[in-house]
Design a binder for this molecule. Structure first.
Ligand code: HEM
Length: 209
Protein backbone atom coordinates (compact mmCIF):
# COMPACT_ATOMS: atom_id res chain seq x y z
CA UNK A 1 0.00 0.00 0.00
CA UNK A 2 1.22 3.49 -0.83
CA UNK A 3 2.23 5.60 2.18
CA UNK A 4 0.42 8.66 0.82
CA UNK A 5 -2.92 7.08 1.86
CA UNK A 6 -1.99 7.65 5.51
CA UNK A 7 -1.81 11.43 5.03
CA UNK A 8 -5.57 12.09 4.52
CA UNK A 9 -6.50 9.57 7.22
CA UNK A 10 -4.13 11.27 9.69
CA UNK A 11 -5.49 14.73 8.76
CA UNK A 12 -9.03 13.53 9.48
CA UNK A 13 -7.99 11.93 12.79
CA UNK A 14 -6.16 15.14 13.83
CA UNK A 15 -9.27 17.25 13.18
CA UNK A 16 -11.43 14.77 15.10
CA UNK A 17 -8.86 14.72 17.93
CA UNK A 18 -8.92 18.53 18.03
CA UNK A 19 -12.70 18.61 18.47
CA UNK A 20 -12.97 15.76 20.97
CA UNK A 21 -9.78 16.07 23.06
CA UNK A 22 -8.99 19.80 22.88
CA UNK A 23 -12.40 21.37 22.39
CA UNK A 24 -14.13 18.71 24.56
CA UNK A 25 -16.88 18.12 22.03
CA UNK A 26 -18.77 14.81 22.15
CA UNK A 27 -17.88 12.14 19.60
CA UNK A 28 -21.25 12.63 17.87
CA UNK A 29 -22.29 12.12 14.24
CA UNK A 30 -22.39 15.93 13.85
CA UNK A 31 -18.81 16.37 15.06
CA UNK A 32 -17.63 13.49 12.85
CA UNK A 33 -19.47 14.95 9.86
CA UNK A 34 -17.96 18.42 10.39
CA UNK A 35 -14.52 16.82 10.80
CA UNK A 36 -14.97 15.20 7.38
CA UNK A 37 -15.87 18.60 5.86
CA UNK A 38 -12.79 20.26 7.38
CA UNK A 39 -10.46 17.35 6.52
CA UNK A 40 -11.86 17.35 2.94
CA UNK A 41 -10.94 21.02 2.56
CA UNK A 42 -7.41 20.51 3.98
CA UNK A 43 -6.76 17.44 1.79
CA UNK A 44 -8.12 19.04 -1.42
CA UNK A 45 -6.06 22.16 -0.64
CA UNK A 46 -2.93 20.05 -0.14
CA UNK A 47 -3.61 18.37 -3.48
CA UNK A 48 -4.10 21.71 -5.25
CA UNK A 49 -1.11 23.51 -3.68
CA UNK A 50 1.28 20.93 -5.17
CA UNK A 51 0.59 22.59 -8.54
CA UNK A 52 1.97 26.07 -7.74
CA UNK A 53 4.69 24.56 -5.50
CA UNK A 54 5.96 22.37 -8.36
CA UNK A 55 6.15 25.45 -10.57
CA UNK A 56 8.12 27.36 -7.94
CA UNK A 57 10.45 24.56 -6.82
CA UNK A 58 10.38 21.72 -9.37
CA UNK A 59 13.29 19.85 -7.75
CA UNK A 60 11.43 19.44 -4.48
CA UNK A 61 7.83 19.21 -5.63
CA UNK A 62 7.75 17.66 -9.11
CA UNK A 63 8.22 14.17 -7.59
CA UNK A 64 5.19 14.86 -5.37
CA UNK A 65 2.77 15.43 -8.26
CA UNK A 66 2.13 11.67 -8.39
CA UNK A 67 0.39 12.08 -5.02
CA UNK A 68 -2.17 14.47 -6.46
CA UNK A 69 -4.58 11.83 -7.73
CA UNK A 70 -4.79 9.80 -4.48
CA UNK A 71 -4.99 13.00 -2.39
CA UNK A 72 -7.72 14.44 -4.60
CA UNK A 73 -9.76 11.25 -4.49
CA UNK A 74 -9.46 11.01 -0.69
CA UNK A 75 -10.52 14.66 -0.39
CA UNK A 76 -13.49 13.95 -2.64
CA UNK A 77 -14.46 10.91 -0.55
CA UNK A 78 -14.38 13.05 2.62
CA UNK A 79 -16.46 15.77 0.91
CA UNK A 80 -18.99 13.14 -0.20
CA UNK A 81 -19.26 11.87 3.39
CA UNK A 82 -19.81 15.50 4.52
CA UNK A 83 -22.59 15.98 1.94
CA UNK A 84 -24.24 12.68 2.92
CA UNK A 85 -23.86 13.68 6.58
CA UNK A 86 -25.53 17.08 6.20
CA UNK A 87 -28.37 15.57 4.18
CA UNK A 88 -29.09 13.24 7.09
CA UNK A 89 -28.34 15.35 10.18
CA UNK A 90 -28.23 19.03 9.13
CA UNK A 91 -31.02 19.23 6.61
CA UNK A 92 -32.56 22.16 8.48
CA UNK A 93 -29.38 24.17 7.88
CA UNK A 94 -29.55 23.53 4.12
CA UNK A 95 -33.27 24.31 3.99
CA UNK A 96 -32.80 27.63 5.87
CA UNK A 97 -33.12 30.45 3.26
CA UNK A 98 -30.39 32.35 5.13
CA UNK A 99 -27.94 29.68 3.96
CA UNK A 100 -29.08 29.74 0.31
CA UNK A 101 -25.88 31.18 -1.19
CA UNK A 102 -23.71 29.01 1.01
CA UNK A 103 -25.64 25.91 -0.03
CA UNK A 104 -25.51 26.84 -3.73
CA UNK A 105 -21.73 27.37 -3.59
CA UNK A 106 -21.33 24.02 -1.80
CA UNK A 107 -23.44 22.22 -4.41
CA UNK A 108 -21.62 23.80 -7.39
CA UNK A 109 -18.21 23.03 -5.84
CA UNK A 110 -19.26 19.44 -5.16
CA UNK A 111 -20.56 19.03 -8.74
CA UNK A 112 -17.19 20.20 -10.14
CA UNK A 113 -15.26 17.89 -7.77
CA UNK A 114 -17.51 15.01 -8.90
CA UNK A 115 -16.61 15.67 -12.55
CA UNK A 116 -12.91 15.81 -11.62
CA UNK A 117 -13.08 12.55 -9.68
CA UNK A 118 -15.03 10.85 -12.48
CA UNK A 119 -12.37 11.85 -15.03
CA UNK A 120 -9.29 10.94 -12.98
CA UNK A 121 -8.28 7.91 -15.08
CA UNK A 122 -5.97 7.63 -18.07
CA UNK A 123 -8.96 6.43 -20.08
CA UNK A 124 -11.02 9.53 -19.23
CA UNK A 125 -8.10 11.83 -20.12
CA UNK A 126 -7.75 10.07 -23.50
CA UNK A 127 -11.47 10.30 -24.13
CA UNK A 128 -11.75 14.01 -23.23
CA UNK A 129 -8.51 15.04 -24.84
CA UNK A 130 -5.66 16.48 -22.76
CA UNK A 131 -6.44 20.18 -23.38
CA UNK A 132 -10.09 19.90 -22.34
CA UNK A 133 -9.21 17.74 -19.36
CA UNK A 134 -6.63 20.34 -18.20
CA UNK A 135 -9.30 23.04 -18.44
CA UNK A 136 -11.53 21.04 -16.10
CA UNK A 137 -8.63 20.68 -13.65
CA UNK A 138 -8.22 24.48 -13.63
CA UNK A 139 -11.92 24.90 -12.90
CA UNK A 140 -11.09 22.94 -9.74
CA UNK A 141 -9.50 26.08 -8.27
CA UNK A 142 -12.78 27.93 -8.84
CA UNK A 143 -14.58 25.11 -7.03
CA UNK A 144 -12.09 25.50 -4.18
CA UNK A 145 -12.87 29.23 -4.06
CA UNK A 146 -16.58 28.33 -3.86
CA UNK A 147 -15.77 26.10 -0.88
CA UNK A 148 -14.19 29.15 0.77
CA UNK A 149 -17.41 31.13 0.19
CA UNK A 150 -19.48 28.13 1.34
CA UNK A 151 -17.94 27.76 4.79
CA UNK A 152 -17.33 31.50 5.29
CA UNK A 153 -20.97 32.57 4.95
CA UNK A 154 -22.62 29.47 6.42
CA UNK A 155 -24.81 30.31 9.45
CA UNK A 156 -23.86 34.01 9.16
CA UNK A 157 -20.15 33.28 9.61
CA UNK A 158 -20.49 30.94 12.62
CA UNK A 159 -17.72 28.61 11.40
CA UNK A 160 -15.14 31.33 10.64
CA UNK A 161 -15.83 32.99 14.00
CA UNK A 162 -14.10 29.96 15.54
CA UNK A 163 -10.35 29.25 15.59
CA UNK A 164 -10.48 26.17 13.37
CA UNK A 165 -12.62 28.07 10.87
CA UNK A 166 -10.09 30.89 10.75
CA UNK A 167 -7.22 28.42 10.31
CA UNK A 168 -9.05 26.78 7.40
CA UNK A 169 -9.88 30.20 5.91
CA UNK A 170 -6.20 31.21 6.01
CA UNK A 171 -5.10 27.91 4.50
CA UNK A 172 -7.55 28.08 1.57
CA UNK A 173 -6.62 31.72 0.91
CA UNK A 174 -2.92 30.79 0.86
CA UNK A 175 -3.50 27.97 -1.66
CA UNK A 176 -5.52 30.26 -3.95
CA UNK A 177 -3.03 33.14 -3.60
CA UNK A 178 -0.12 30.88 -4.57
CA UNK A 179 -2.02 29.81 -7.71
CA UNK A 180 -2.77 33.45 -8.62
CA UNK A 181 0.88 34.36 -8.01
CA UNK A 182 1.99 31.71 -10.50
CA UNK A 183 -0.37 33.21 -13.10
CA UNK A 184 0.93 36.74 -12.43
CA UNK A 185 4.56 35.59 -12.53
CA UNK A 186 3.86 33.68 -15.76
CA UNK A 187 5.43 30.52 -14.30
CA UNK A 188 4.88 27.58 -16.62
CA UNK A 189 4.47 23.96 -15.63
CA UNK A 190 7.70 22.18 -14.82
CA UNK A 191 6.82 19.23 -17.07
CA UNK A 192 5.94 18.86 -20.76
CA UNK A 193 2.63 17.48 -22.02
CA UNK A 194 4.24 14.18 -23.08
CA UNK A 195 5.63 13.77 -19.55
CA UNK A 196 2.23 14.28 -17.88
CA UNK A 197 1.26 10.62 -17.37
CA UNK A 198 4.64 9.58 -16.03
CA UNK A 199 4.93 12.59 -13.67
CA UNK A 200 1.41 12.03 -12.31
CA UNK A 201 1.62 8.24 -12.10
CA UNK A 202 -1.47 7.88 -14.30
CA UNK A 203 -1.32 5.14 -16.91
CA UNK A 204 -1.55 6.37 -20.48
CA UNK A 205 -4.57 4.89 -22.23
CA UNK A 206 -4.11 3.71 -25.78
CA UNK A 207 -7.25 2.77 -27.75
CA UNK A 208 -7.62 -0.89 -28.94
CA UNK A 209 -4.83 -2.35 -26.84
C1 HEM B 1 -23.89 19.49 -1.78
C2 HEM B 1 -22.94 20.27 -1.31
C3 HEM B 1 -22.81 20.75 0.11
C4 HEM B 1 -23.78 21.00 1.05
C5 HEM B 1 -25.28 20.88 0.91
C6 HEM B 1 -23.10 21.42 2.27
C7 HEM B 1 -23.73 21.78 3.45
C8 HEM B 1 -23.11 22.21 4.60
C9 HEM B 1 -23.76 22.55 5.84
C10 HEM B 1 -25.26 22.45 6.09
C11 HEM B 1 -22.82 22.93 6.73
C12 HEM B 1 -23.03 23.36 8.20
C13 HEM B 1 -22.86 22.16 9.08
C14 HEM B 1 -23.04 22.48 10.54
O1 HEM B 1 -23.21 23.64 10.90
O2 HEM B 1 -23.02 21.55 11.34
C15 HEM B 1 -21.55 22.85 6.05
C16 HEM B 1 -20.33 23.17 6.62
C17 HEM B 1 -19.12 23.03 5.98
N1 HEM B 1 -18.89 22.56 4.71
FE1 HEM B 1 -20.32 21.98 3.39
N2 HEM B 1 -21.74 21.41 2.05
C18 HEM B 1 -21.53 21.01 0.75
C19 HEM B 1 -20.31 20.85 0.11
C20 HEM B 1 -19.09 21.07 0.72
C21 HEM B 1 -17.82 20.83 0.09
C22 HEM B 1 -17.61 20.29 -1.33
C23 HEM B 1 -16.85 21.17 1.02
C24 HEM B 1 -15.34 21.09 0.91
C25 HEM B 1 -14.68 20.25 0.20
C26 HEM B 1 -17.52 21.63 2.21
C27 HEM B 1 -16.89 22.11 3.35
C28 HEM B 1 -17.53 22.54 4.48
C29 HEM B 1 -16.85 23.03 5.67
C30 HEM B 1 -15.34 23.16 5.86
C31 HEM B 1 -17.85 23.33 6.61
C32 HEM B 1 -17.67 23.87 8.04
C33 HEM B 1 -17.69 22.71 9.00
C34 HEM B 1 -18.13 23.09 10.40
O3 HEM B 1 -19.15 23.82 10.54
O4 HEM B 1 -17.51 22.64 11.37
N3 HEM B 1 -18.88 21.56 2.00
N4 HEM B 1 -21.74 22.40 4.75
Amino acid sequence: MKKIHFVPVIIFLLVLFYFVAIRARPLSPGVASNSFAIAATFVIGLCFVLGPLSRMKPDAFLPMLRHRKPLGLWGFLFAAIHVAGVLIIAFGTIADPENLYSTISGIVAFAIFTLMAATSTGKAIARMGYAKWKKLQRVGYIAFFLVLIHFTIIEKGAFVSRQIGQALFGFVLLVLLLRILMILAGKKEAYKEHEFHEVHGIEKHVENE
